[in-house]
Design a protein around this ligand. Sequence first.
Ligand SMILES: [Zn+2]
Length: 77
Amino acid sequence: MIKKIDKLGRVVVPKGLRETLNLNPGDPLDVQVDGEKLTFSPYREGCALCGNSNSTVSFRGKAICRVCIAEIRGLDV
Ligand SMILES: [Zn+2]
C-alpha cells in the first residue's frame, strides 16, 4: 500500500485498516524506526502489575490483566 505524507507530516490510515485493528481517533500508536523501516503499531498499555499487554481491563485508571485479576481474587484477605 502506497500512501503520501502531507505538508504537515501526516499519513492517513485507511478506514478499513482502522476498523480491522479497532483504531479510533485519539488512540495512541507506538512508532518505531528500524533502519529505513517505519512501523506504527496500536499501543496497548501493559498491566500495571506484571507488564503483560494481553487482555487488560481498566481499573481505577490502571490497566490490569486478567491473569493478575484471577490471582488477586484468590488472595485470602
Ligand atoms: Zn498482570
